[in-house]
Design a protein around this ligand. Structure first.
Ligand code: MN
Length: 241
């Protein structure tokens, strides 16, 4: 009888030219995500986008779902034309993950959604995104959310009082930031639990607290973000009982 919960981790796909043919279109999960899952008591399985079956076939394989970073969700899935400065998209991944998210939520299995993950989860549940906060002036964004360095944290975020993130981390903290899109209208059944100083959404959670999305990359903050992964594991464990 297995003791640790299994979490499925969605894979990105390398789309650019690579030296080896088999590295182009290779599915991948960043190693720090696997390490954070392992360090905090969970077993990972990697879930690449898959066009040959129903997502239902995957749901029974895992106790919880981690949505990783990667290409921007395509605006067509929230009813917009692409603006000129939209970043790279991967529609096949969107087409797999949207029903995967909907069915994981319907099955009441916990989700931890990271970067692209918070965006695609919001879109899958009916919300919308800024395609490019800095180009879309009406967003009001003035903070640099696409940081040009990886040696330090990018910008400050504040947690909503009473939220689980507030309980874990206090009033706020500096986090990394590598995104062009961000949550605009929050999906029904979710609420905002963290914002940057320019009011851009940095975290959302479902009203039943089972599904949380963060716009930063917790896996790149090492032990500082272990409380988030531990908290996720506890949700997954409670849910299995
Ligand atoms: Mn940010």
């Amino acid at each position: 009888m297995r003791t640790k919960p299994i979490v499925a981790v969605t894979a990105g796909t390398i789309l650019q030219e690579m030296r080896s043919l088999n590295q182009k279109k290779a599915d991948y999960v960043p190693r720090p995500v696997i390490d954070a899952i392992g360090r905090n008591g969970m077993i990972p399985i990697v879930l690449p986008y898959f066009e040959y079956g129903e997502v239902d076939d995957f749901i029974s394989m895992f106790d919880g779902l981690v949505l990783t970073g990667g290409a921007n969700p395509s605006p067509k899935f929230y009813g917009e034309e692409p603006i000129w400065s939209l970043g790279a998209t991967n529609e096949k991944r969107d087409l797999f993950e949207i029903p995967l998210i909907q069915k994981t939520i319907a099955a009441k299995k916990p989700i931890l959604a990271i970067c692209r993950g918070i965006q695609i989860m919001n879109v899958a549940m009916g919300g919308t995104l800024w395609q490019d906060m800095s180009a879309q002036k009406e967003s009001g964004s003035f903070v640099q959310h696409m940081q040009k360095f990886d040696t330090s944290m990018g910008h400050w975020i504040s947690f909503e009082k009473g939220s689980e993130l507030y309980d874990l981390f206090g009033e706020g903290m500096y986090v990394n930031s590598r995104h062009r899109e961000s949550v605009k209208e929050v999906a029904k059944g979710f609420h905002v639990v963290a914002r940057a100083k320019d009011n851009m959404v940095e975290a959302i959670e479902s009203d039943d607290h089972l599904h949380i999305g963060v716009q930063w990359h917790p896996e790149n903050m090492e032990e500082a973000m272990d409380p988030l992964f531990v908290h996720f594991r506890e949700k997954v464990e409670n849910n299995r009982k």
